[in-house]
Design a protein around this ligand. Structure first.
Ligand SMILES: CCCCC/C=C/C(=O)SCCNC(=O)CCNC(=O)[C@H](O)C(C)(C)COP(=O)(O)OP(=O)(O)OC[C@H]1O[C@@H](n2cnc3c(N)ncnc32)[C@H](O)[C@@H]1OP(=O)(O)O
Ligand SMILES: Cc1cc2nc3c(=O)[nH]c(=O)nc-3n(C[C@H](O)[C@H](O)[C@H](O)COP(=O)(O)OP(=O)(O)OC[C@H]3O[C@@H](n4cnc5c(N)ncnc54)[C@H](O)[C@@H]3O)c2cc1C
Length: 643
């Protein structure tokens, strides 16, 4: 199962080597992180990033090894944005000449870059950005300017203190005409002493949610006062500005300017499976250690993992972690395919890639953020201790629902894609993830054939149920929209229904990709069978949770919905014997998990007890401040009769 989870034996071995390298290096210790003040915390992150880079250089790690190393260091840092957005943006939007100039500098870390798109006043509405880049043909330069307070760049990670350069998104003005938002490479700080260059005001935006957590990152604010950059620092793969001041659009669609977001959203889906599996690993191991009630004849109490309520909350999350892992794998393939096509000037699959990355980013991050919090509750009181690892994991993870596109805004993008597909059904055969809509007549007509709980153990029955629900919800939205004279007004009015239809479509993708995965050759005794059980758990859990949809569109009867739930209970019993093995298969070191509750050896209570004494409050028996603030109260003489 470890191989199935990792994707291949090679990846398992490579990631395992990197995990151990980090776990055995004292520089990467993270237990004390939540107790550090902001400055200390940030400096410590810089130290870890520098040590990580030294290892990459000294050990001549490959790009793949370096990625795993950074993952296991497990501390948000400026390097995430440098490698994760700045470099990919230049790769995707730069000309060959620009790539030749900037990529080697960035890859050798001679410069540090961030991705400065969002502003104080606008994040989701990229077309609404206010920063301007005005071309000055005399000087052959762009003048980058922040005309209003709300145009201040706000949020970019790595900007606040670390970056020397930024990829700045600004409205292009050539000859007094606006040409939409484009990307520009702008140097922010001196390469000698790191001080801000003339015309640049830059700093950190302040503390964020949670102790430690994402506060290791220097999310920044940035203003430009008529800062000049050479013309060749506008990324010019999509459109160009000539020396003479002519704006030219190439054959490449202008949406490619958003390409970096498509790339990062795809990586976020894979990361969702990592974050959720970490939380699930902690909650599952601890649920096997923790005992409450049910002692008979003085014997041990019941392991809480044996309670059906615990199983019905925990096992769907375990199944979701696997489901997201496999849909992430597929999405990576889809992205690579689109990338190759784009390089060959085939843009036909870009809308589908945009819809899939947007929708799956939204679906998986929402479920993961909710899932981590559920895992905290599954661990009872001890889950609230920072040493459980769950509070910090939650605090670091939840902005994923917002960054790289607010999750609702992204689902509305999926809705536009679905509505367009439905409206074209008469004359255009849908392909890819919307191919099922080509069978809309059948899906609208056929109802569920399930008669017994066992009938639900059938991939065909499950896929058809999810297809029928998604198709019927999409068609219902299409019919409602048709009643509006102005389509945009209709879209705004029906936005909530459209979001629900998008969720149905995205859930269908995850379920289908899990089922497709099971059609592949999966080696290892019992591995495929265990994955089949998890796949049914994932699908039937969703069906149970959203049974209102399935009933409302008239595909299921209440009896069939009840049978699905009966089957789900049986499946939980089948997951139980392998639950620990299924989380051990994630192959996480104790260092990466960072959780006393999730320790591999299960030695939870002695270690919790030990850790309590390491809290700074326990440095002395009598707390600092006692004599000043508590003792006077204890010693006071009160005269009031009442008191
Ligand atoms: C390493 C991880 C750390 C993460 C750190 C975080 C980093 C960040 O957060 S960076 C900032 C991320 N910001 C966002 O994600 C902003 C979200 N907003 C958008 O992506 C877009 O503006 C939009 C999707 C909301 C669209 O805005 P809208 O104004 O409605 O549409 P446009 O006129 O701009 O475009 C219409 C047209 O383009 C298609 N389209 C939109 N986005 C993409 C895309 N990424 N790729 C391909 N195509 C795209 C859209 O579907 C429309 O198509 P048609 O309907 O065919 O016209
Ligand atoms: C930790 C973190 C790191 C970040 N890193 C970066 C970075 O490196 N670089 C960068 O450029 N940016 C970064 N961002 C910014 C991030 O990309 C934006 O915050 C994000 O895109 C959301 O935009 P917003 O803040 O404008 O939200 P808003 O759009 O203001 O959202 C507020 C509310 O309005 C709703 N809403 C907005 N538009 C619509 C609509 N059309 N229909 C219905 N509802 C709507 C949303 O659903 C939400 O509920 C980061 C943000 C965070 C939190």
């Amino acid at each position: 199962m470890k191989v199935a989870w990792a994707g291949s034996r090679e990846t398992l071995e490579l990631s395992d080597r990197m995990a151990k390298l980090v776990a055995n290096d004292p520089v990467f210790e993270k237990f004390t992180r939540p107790m550090l003040g902001r400055k200390e915390l940030f400096k410590n992150t810089l130290r870890k990033a520098a040590h990580g880079w030294k290892l990459i250089v000294d050990l001549r790690l490959t790009e793949e090894e370096a990625k795993w190393l950074r993952l296991y260091i497990d501390e948000p840092a400026y390097t995430d944005l440098h490698w994760g957005m700045f470099i990919p943006a230049i790769e995707g939007q730069g000309t060959e000449e620009q790539k030749k100039k900037w990529l080697p500098l960035a890859q050798k870390m001679k410069i540090i870059g961030c991705y400065a798109q969002t502003e104080l006043g606008h994040g989701s509405n990229v077309q609404g950005l206010e920063t301007t880049a005005t071309f000055d043909p005399q000087a052959d330069e762009f003048v980058i300017h922040s005309p209003t307070l709300t145009s201040s760049k706000w949020w970019p990670g790595g900007l606040g203190k670390a970056s020397t350069h930024a990829l700045v998104y600004a409205r292009l003005i050539v000859g007094g005409e606006f040409h939409g938002v484009h990307g520009f490479i702008v140097q922010l700080r001196s390469l000698e002493d790191h001080s801000p260059l003339p015309g640049i005001t830059v700093g950190d935006i302040g503390l964020k949610f949670g102790n430690g957590a994402y506060n290791t990152m220097d999310n920044g604010v940035l203003r430009f006062d008529h800062v000049r950059i050479p013309r060749n620092q506008m990324l010019m793969r999509v459109s160009q500005v000539t020396k003479e001041g002519k704006y030219m659009q190439s054959d490449v669609p202008r949406q490619l300017i958003y390409g970096t977001m498509v790339y990062v959203r795809q990586t976020i889906v894979v990361d969702a499976s990592k974050a959720l599996s970490r939380a699930v690993c902690i909650a599952t191991r601890y649920s096997a250690v923790r005992r409450q009630f049910g002692s008979r004849n003085g014997g041990p109490e019941t392991q809480v993992i044996d309670y059906k309520t615990q199983q019905s909350r925990l096992f769907p999350l375990l199944a979701s972690a696997y489901a997201f892992r496999f849909v992430g794998e597929w999405l990576k393939w889809l992205y690579m395919d689109v990338k190759q096509r784009l390089e060959a000037n085939d843009f036909s699959t870009l809308p589908e890639a945009h819809a899939c990355t947007a929708g799956l980013k939204s679906l998986t991050t929402t479920a993961t953020a909710d899932g981590i919090e559920e895992c905290r509750k599954l661990c009872g009181g001890h889950g609230y201790l920072v040493s459980s690892g769950l509070p910090e994991l939650f605090a670091v993870y939840i902005p994923a629902c917002t960054y790289e596109g607010d999750n609702v805004v992204l689902l509305l993008q999926v809705a536009r894609f679905i509505v367009k597909t439905v409206s074209e059904l008469g004359y255009k055969q849908p392909v890819g993830t919307t191919a099922y809509m080509g069978r809309v007549a059948t899906l609208m007509q056929n109802n569920c054939a399930v008669r017994t709980a066992e009938d639900w153990l059938n991939p065909g029955a499950i896929v058809e149920a999810f297809e029928a629900r998604a198709a019927r919800m999409a068609v219902a939205c299409g019919r409602q929209l048709a009643k509006f004279e102005n389509p945009e007004e209709g879209f705004a009015e029906l936005a909530s229904d459209l979001v629900e239809a998008s969720v149905a479509h995205c859930q269908l993708i995850v379920v289908s990709k899990f089922i497709e995965k099971l059609q592949q050759d999966i080696p290892g005794k019992g591995v495929k069978q265990s994955l089949e059980i998890l796949c049914y758990v994932y699908a039937l859990f969703l069906l149970h949770k959203h049974q209102g949809d399935f009933l409302a569109v008239g595909y299921l009867t209440p009896k069939q919905a009840l049978l699905a739930n009966d089957q789900l209970r049986t499946l939980y019993s089948k997951v139980r014997p392998n639950a620990i093995a299924l989380v051990d298969s994630f192959n996480y070191t104790d260092h990466y998990l960072g959780s006393i509750l999730g320790r591999y050896d299960g030695n939870v209570y002695p270690k919790l007890y030990e850790a309590a004494w390491e809290d700074p409050l326990n440095d002395s028996d009598v707390a600092d401040g006692f004599h000043q603030y508590v003792q006077p109260i204890l010693k006071q003489k009160l005269h009031s009769a009442k008191l």
